[in-house]
Design a protein around this ligand. Structure first.
Ligand code: SF4
Length: 754
């Protein structure tokens, strides 16, 4: 048994009481989203009214999942918490670092060598702290979660944006940054803004070539990539009950493309069937005992407009197959409009490649439908005109396909079977069939299609669609092919129409004969040595940040006064820096490289006041640190917006920064700064931002830091004049204790030792 029965039991035991309390408090029926949220409040005595989209609440999710790229820094921080194990079950999935080039076996062998030090570290952490470790190639994080861990009415966080995939089984999955994962693993309350809720009523039944993927592709066309921001997408209605659990997961997965916090379906017979098929009959039985709590109240379903912030209705019977793209997943084209679109737009019509699978569309249903079409075509002597590639979502699904003769159909049709990892979905596709920068079109059953996402080529036009349509377009080799009306020509001159795709929702039995899977736990976890080479360029054990020395900050230099927008990506860039995500000192060299200086107008360059030279912010910060000069960053509005990347807060702390003073903060980044032991202050008067000069020396009376009280910060100008400005902050007593201890983790360790 891979899932943790005790966690599910504990979650389900709380439901009846929590729901009753919340219903009384709100004096109205509840949506499913509200039920899940209330049932996962960190403090069950804090059941209160939370204004949607405004107030933050503290939660305790049931589990944590981490993929190998983001897990590294999260786990390096976790070491400092001094825990013997994680407070809730956690899992690590090695899926992002495998490059797709030749075939599963060759690619995996190469990845094991290239990423050995990362895998060794993650494996040793898993053994030491009793975390589940899924070997490279065992499967993609969200597919593994769906097959093993997700349960109706649960709540989980994952260090990957497509964690909402678990909503297919009725679990609220939320994508977060590594520091959030650390909070949950060490038992700190995890904060989330109480979301708005968009109700999506599904009626009718999917027909012919239309698939669950088209539900979300159509929604993306309606709502755009920003339409779900701050919201949970809650699906309901008779149409929802006709969709397989894995079809539901596909829809929830791509809620991330809407910018939604999460997506969720109510518990139903399809979900129960999937739980049983994947060896979790016991979980289905447990869910049955509280089934009424695992769906919205009947009154909500009857009058959705009264309870949701927005209601959208989709009639599945009338829905068309879609192709969304290129370059953005919300550019939705119903299939019947594609020929017209291609006349207007200059998209390459020839399909150079088709990508099937990924965490989004790897179900038995998806892949049996795709194989059915290939088999039918090959029986008529037709082979795909475009190159086709398949990334199965897990070794379990791959072995099931192999056992049932489905994989052979793909192989016979010339489909390249990549490993059970992300590969082309995350740009890890070493594509040698296409010269760099050649304009071309690909069709994919994945979820994202931003420029360069698949193969690094900015001129690859990627269209997102269902796996069956990827196969149909791959067989025709053309983007203007509509299998409902167009025919394929046979070598003998005859023309045939492809039959409508047929697949099986779930196999009679999933194979248990996988070659790659879960690492068995250590017999003696305490005896496991954490493996990090001291000479590694990719991994570095973290030193504890020093505790505050009790003195005010005086004579601080301004490292950079940032002008305008500054996201966490501007503070800590991704791209080629990704490989250093587990090495704080190396990745710190990217500090503020994307930010623009208000003094010089230059991006990623600042003046070193020690020698007058213009250098990168990291070079200057290191020079100040060596000279024992504290420094600050001056931020503009909404400083640190974007992702919850903890590196953006850890890097300035590592390089000797003591404070960020901004016109305003993005809340998550502000909290991250506090957790890492930096001061996060805002100008009481926004216009005081203008008073800060490049060569100022700044005094911050940090010993006066108290909840709700402003700090009088003194700017010493080089012309001998001084100005006092007032700075606000949002520190509470606990957060002040984080600051004094040097970081939130330092404090947790101290408390653990008492
Ligand atoms: Fe993310 Fe793609 Fe991997 Fe899914 S397959 S986890 S979307 S990179």
């Amino acid at each position: 048994m891979v899932y943790h029965k005790d966690i599910i039991e504990r979650c389900y035991q709380r439901y009846p009481q929590t729901i009753e309390k919340a219903r009384k408090l709100l004096s109205r029926p509840l949506t499913l989203t509200e039920k899940i949220l209330y049932n996962h409040l960190f403090d069950q005595n804090m059941v209160a009214m939370y204004e949607r989209g405004k107030l933050y609440a503290e939660f305790q999710p049931d589990r944590v999942a981490m993929q190998d790229a983001t897990a590294q820094m999260a786990l390096l921080q976790f070491i400092h918490a001094g825990r013997e194990t994680t407070v809730v079950p956690a899992s690590i999935h090695c899926d992002h670092l495998v490059q797709a080039r030749d075939d599963a076996e060759t690619d995996l062998k190469r990845a094991l060598v290239e990423n050995q030090e990362v895998y060794d570290f993650l494996r040793s952490m898993a053994l030491r702290y009793n975390i589940h470790f899924w070997e490279p190639g065992a499967g993609i994080i969200h597919q593994i979660v769906l097959e093993n861990y997700a349960f109706p009415g649960g709540m989980m966080i994952g260090t990957d944006s497509h964690t909402p995939n678990a909503g297919g089984l009725g679990m609220m999955g939320i994508g977060v940054g590594g520091s959030d994962a650390v909070d949950v693993m060490v038992g700190i309350p995890w904060e989330l803004k109480w979301p708005k809720i968009i109700g999506v009523k599904l009626t009718g039944k999917l027909q012919g070539w239309t698939s669950p993927k088209d539900v979300i592709l159509a929604l993306l066309g309606k709502l755009t990539v920003k339409g779900g921001t701050g919201c949970v997408m809650e699906y309901f209605g008779p149409g929802a009950r006709t969709l397989s659990a894995t079809g539901k997961a596909t829809i929830c997965n791509m809620g991330a493309e809407l910018g939604a916090t999460s997506s969720v379906f109510p518990y139903d017979e399809k979900i129960a069937a999937y739980l049983r098929a994947t060896g979790r009959a016991e979980v289905a039985e447990m869910a049955d005992t509280i089934a009424s709590h695992l769906k919205m109240d009947e009154e909500v379903e009857a009058h959705p407009e009264k309870y949701y912030d927005q209601v959208i209705e989709i009639n599945l019977s009338e829905l068309e197959p879609h192709l969304n793209g290129p370059f953005t997943p919300d550019l939705a084209h119903p299939l019947s409009t594609m020929k017209e679109t291609l006349k207007k737009e200059n998209y390459p019509v020839e399909v150079s490649a088709g990508l099937i699978g990924s965490c989004t569309n790897s179900s038995y249903e998806d892949l049996t439908k795709a194989a059915f079409l290939l088999k039918e075509a090959m029986a008529q002597g037709i082979t795909p005109r475009s190159k086709l590639y398949l990334n199965p979502g897990s070794d379990r699904i791959r072995m099931t396909l192999e056992k049932n003769g489905i994989l052979k159909i793909f192989k016979d049709a010339g489909v390249v079977i990549f490993s059970n990892t992300c590969g082309p979905c995350i740009g890890m596709w070493d594509r040698y069939d296409m010269a760099a920068n050649t304009p071309n079109t690909i069709v994919t059953s994945f979820n994202r299609n931003f420029a360069k996402r698949a193969d690094g080529n900015p001129h690859t036009h990627a269209f997102v669609t269902s796996p069956e349509l990827v196969v149909a377009l791959g067989l025709a080799g053309r983007l203007d092919f509509d299998p409902r009306v167009d025919t394929l020509s046979l070598p003998d001159g005859r023309n045939i129409r492809l039959p409508e795709p047929k697949g099986e929702e779930i196999p009679e039995a999933f194979s248990s004969d996988t070659q790659l899977g879960l690492l068995p736990p250590a017999e003696d976890p305490k005896g496991v040595r954490i493996i990090v080479s001291p000479t590694s360029e990719r991994l570095q054990l973290l030193d504890r940040f020093p505790a505050w020395n009790g003195e005010d900050f005086t004579g601080c230099r301004v490292l950079m006064k940032v002008a305008g927008k500054c996201t966490t990506d501007h503070i800590s860039m991704a791209g080629s820096w990704l490989k250093y995500r587990g090495h704080l000192d190396n990745i710190s060299n990217n500090l503020l490289l994307g930010a623009t200086s208000a003094f010089s107008g230059e991006t990623g360059r600042v003046k070193n006041l020690l020698n007058g030279e213009y250098q990168t912010p990291a070079q200057v910060a290191r020079a100040y640190k060596t000279s024992h000069i504290p420094w600050v960053i001056i931020g503009d509005k909404n400083y640190g917006e974007g992702s919850s990347r903890e590196h953006a807060a850890m890097e300035p702390r590592h390089l000797g920064g003591v404070a960020v003073i901004a016109r305003s903060f993005a809340r998550i980044h502000e909290t991250n700064l506090k957790k890492q032991g930096l001061l996060a202050l805002t100008f009481a008067h926004e216009e005081d931002y203008e008073k800060v000069r490049e060569d100022d020396l700044i005094d911050i009376p940090v010993s006066s830091l108290k909840p709700g009280e402003m700090l009088a910060v003194v700017l010493h100008h080089s012309d001998g004049t001084n100005e006092t400005i007032f700075c606000q902050h949002t520190y509470n007593d606990t957060q002040i204790a984080w600051f004094k201890a040097g970081s939130a983790l330092n404090l947790i360790t101290q408390q653990g030792k008492k």
